[in-house]
Write a protein that binds this ligand. Structure first.
Ligand code: COA
Ligand code: MG
Length: 271
């Protein structure tokens, strides 16, 4: 099954009849959480993320959207209780909700609203190689590049599911053909993970191809993961990650009307 990335624009106001149906389709916990948010926009993003997930996974599995149930890993990554081998991942920020689904391998997605920030914080979060790459970009592109790297890193930790328990500077996501000081147009992103030498033997036993870094006390592992990275609009960056398989060339835009219609059809068909 093909991997798809779907995006949904969150409106500033959702008509009441739509909102009532959406709220009734999500879990009890989500409804309770939505009622506690101070800002309506937070409730919208949270609920629409789950509705988009349910509608899409319902199409994949044939189970009614409101009959699907979810469980979470110890790190909090949600999975489909009825079909744990049907991967998906959701993200919400600013005006957008994004969902990646399909295939059979681990998936991660991240959307972030681009807000002006002090780029110094990159030094705390990114690996030295990523910081070198960021600093080599033209000044007027550094903010966008920061968000590209941020969302790429986030999509990776969301795919592997460990959340922030994997130190953010222990891996680097960079264009595979990037050479310092050169501008590359068509970027293919690669993740390299750095670890300590004591793990090398274990990984080699599992058939991993490893190389040592210059200091010799660490291994460098080129991960098989593939990445997608594009701005969604001028104010939002989107990234996605899969452990294997082809990622789509562009996301599919889903509308509130489509989700509403699907939920009504499901209810009428008694699914
Ligand atoms: N792995 C994958 N997905 C997870 C997850 C995990 N361990 N834990 C939660 N999720 C899913 C959930 O579906 C969640 O949505 P929900 O809370 O509405 O159910 C969704 O991811 C949230 O993703 P997103 O909207 O992108 O939120 P986030 O970027 O604030 O947080 C985390 C993502 C929770 C997985 C985690 O990576 C985190 O706390 N990040 C903090 C941000 C940060 O410091 N990033 C550094 C990047 S350089
Ligand atoms: Mg995020």
């Amino acid at each position: 099954m093909m991997i798809t990335i779907q995006v949904l624009q969150v409106p500033s106001v959702i008509p009441e009849v739509y909102w009532d149906l959406f709220l009734s389709s999500v879990s009890e916990e989500r409804r309770a959480q939505a009622s506690r948010f101070i800002h309506q926009a937070d409730a919208y993003r949270s609920v629409l993320g789950e509705v988009l997930t349910r509608v899409t996974l319902s199409e994949i599995t044939g189970i009614g959207a409101d009959k699907l149930s979810f469980s979470r890993s110890i790190y909090g990554k949600p999975c489909l209780a009825q079909y744990p081998d049907r991967p998906f991942n959701v993200s919400h920020s600013g005006d957008w909700v994004a969902l990646i689904s399909g295939g059979t391998d681990e998936l991660g997605v991240d959307v972030e609203k681009i807000s002006p920030i002090d780029l110094q914080i990159a030094e705390r979060f990114f690996s030295p190689q990523e910081n070198t790459y960021l600093a080599a970009q033209p000044v007027d592109q550094q903010l966008n590049t920061f968000y590209r790297l941020w969302t790429l890193k986030e999509s990776y930790i969301k795919a592997i599911g460990t959340g922030l328990s994997l130190p953010l500077d222990s891996f680097a996501i960079l264009p595979s053909q990037w050479v310092q000081g050169q501008q590359v147009d068509d970027l293919c992103w690669r993740c390299t993970q750095t670890g300590h030498a004591e793990l090398t033997g274990k990984l080699q036993q599992k058939g991993e191809q490893l190389s040592s870094d210059a200091e010799g006390d660490k291994y460098i592992r080129v991960m098989p993961h593939r990445f997608y990275s594009q701005p969604l609009d001028t104010k939002h960056m989107l990234a996605a990650c899969t452990a294997d398989g082809e990622l789509p060339m562009r996301p599919e835009v889903v509308t509130l009307d489509q989700m509403y219609t699907k939920l009504v059809e499901d209810a009428n068909a008694g699914r």
